[in-house]
Design a binder for this molecule. Structure first.
Ligand code: EPU
Length: 430
């Protein structure tokens, strides 16, 4: 068992580099399954969701080589559409992109239902609606989704009932090699949609409109390999921004696209935090500033990201007054609240609204990461708290944060990962 131990109270100072974006890298890795050639992927983060995804692709015959710490060669020339390891597939959400990739390439896909963070019901009905529009016959049975079409994916018009990142990507991946043209309406507009479209276009796909709510795809017969660098992780960057504000520190965050951070920057500035944008970095300072309370509503991009909600709660606990967060994407992204309450936070959940009575310093307690972003929110809370907080279930944090303890320690945090190998004692991991 591993834990993160944080001795709170140090303001973050210095410089930190953001890794590649998990939620862009995942669809791009699975989209490699469309390509009968080698793709070189750069700026891949060292996180477990990526390790599992490479294992899943290897399981269907892909050859994957690590070229350096963040660069991989992915060769899917000889993959076969066999059933992937059910337990592996259900560990992560992004594994559902294998449906789009295998259906596009072979006209047949059978993949276990995905896992990922538990936010209540997370249906995939829009993915299924899209695959059916592309001519697939979809059956969900025994924990698997199977999509079949005798003559392969056919271009079509699809209108999504909700803005879904996953459904937009899955259908875009399959449609890029479908027979004919596809139009996706009410498409999600997140930067990772644009990144995946750019990757596919670099392989010879013909996709326009990614980043808007109408994406047009002219199906092509074959894709070729390319070298492609994944965009920086806007949620990792946002998490560092909020951590700097919560600890009243001052940090420079490098390898970012400031445009992707606008909703977070605007909210922090509204609270009184100083945010300076440069070409590919942002400086966030809250030293000696009395921050103001605020309200947040999570929305699809370019609105405030749901994946920054728990971190904002941790920050608002440090600010005098009552703040409100309205979670409009997920029905139940609130399990972290009980953990913050163990640290003395005064928070209530009323329907989809989190009510935070801020201004009382939190104190250390044994807590756990209930999911990925909940986990980083608890780390942020622990950085501000009095005493030594022990956080368990940290594998959930490592699903999406590349070497978080080292990055925070280099910013002056008193943080370490400990391994409990046997009942005889503690061992420091990194
Ligand atoms: N939805 C449906 N039907 C569908 C698909 C989605 O009703 O077929 C609903 C969902 O229940 C949710 C909303 O639509 O209420 C948005 O879901 P979306 O499909 O956009 O989410 P996702 O693709 O499952 C990705 C990220 C999440 C992030 C969301 C929203 C990946 C692997 N996951 O999930 O990231 O919260 O988009 O931006 O890209 C995270 O990184 O911590 C994380 C949870």
């Amino acid at each position: 068992m591993e834990k993160i131990v944080v001795n709170g109270g140090n303001p973050l100072r210095g410089e930190v580099e953001v890794s590649g974006f998990k939620n862009a890298a995942l669809p791009i890795i699975y989209a490699c399954a469309l390509v009968k050639d080698k793709c070189i992927l750069e700026n891949i983060p060292a996180i477990s969701d990526i390790t599992y995804s490479f294992e899943i692709l290897r399981g269907i015959g892909a050859k994957i080589k690590m070229l350096d710490k963040t660069t991989y060669e992915v060769d899917c020339t000889y993959i076969k559409p066999c059933i992937s390891d059910y337990e592996l597939v259900r560990k992560i959400r992004g594994s559902y992109y294998l449906l789009g990739a295998e259906f596009g390439r072979f006209g047949h896909a059978k993949v276990g239902l995905p896992g990922g963070c538990n936010f209540g019901v997370r249906p995939i009905d829009q993915h299924i609606k899209g695959f059916e529009a592309l001519g697939g016959n979809a059956v969900t049975e025994g924990g698997y989704v199977e999509i079949t079409s005798e003559d392969g994916a056919k271009g079509s018009n699809i209108y999504f009932d909700v803005s879904s990142v996953g459904a937009t990507l899955n259908i875009m991946i399959a449609a890029s090699v479908a027979d004919g043209d596809t139009v996706i309406e009410n498409a999600a507009r997140e930067p990772h949609i644009v990144d995946c479209a750019n990757f596919l276009n670099s392989c010879g796909a013909r996709i326009t409109g990614a980043g808007s709510d109408v994406i047009k795809i002219k199906g092509v017969k074959n894709l070729h390999g390319c070298t492609y660098a994944i965009i920086p992780d806007m949620i990792e960057a946002g998490s560092f921004m909020v951590a700097a504000a919560a600890t009243r520190g001052s940090i420079l965050i490098t390898n970012v696209i400031p445009k992707h951070l606008e909703s977070v920057s605007a909210k922090l500035e509204e609270m009184g935090v100083k945010v300076e944008e440069y070409d590919d970095s942002v400086r966030v300072s809250a030293e000696n500033i009395t921050l103001k309370r605020t309200n947040v509503k999570t929305l699809p991009y370019p609105g405030f990201p749901t994946d920054m909600h728990p971190q904002m709660t941790a920050l608002l606990c440090t600010v005098d007054g009552t703040s409100y967060i309205n979670e409009s994407i997920y029905e139940n992204r609130f399990r972290y609240v009980e953990e913050l309450k163990r640290m003395g936070a005064k928070i209530k959940v009323d329907g989809r609204i989190v009510v935070i009575e801020g201004g009382t310093r939190l104190s250390a307690a044994p807590v756990m990461a209930t999911d990925l972003r909940a986990g980083i929110a608890i780390v942020i809370a622990a950085l501000t708290a009095k005493g030594k907080t022990e956080i368990s279930e940290i594998d959930k944090i490592e699903r999406g944060y590349d070497d978080i303890t080292t990055k925070l320690r280099n910013l002056g945090a008193d943080i370490k990962k400990i391994v409990l190998p046997d009942p005889n004692g503690l061992q420091i991991a990194n």
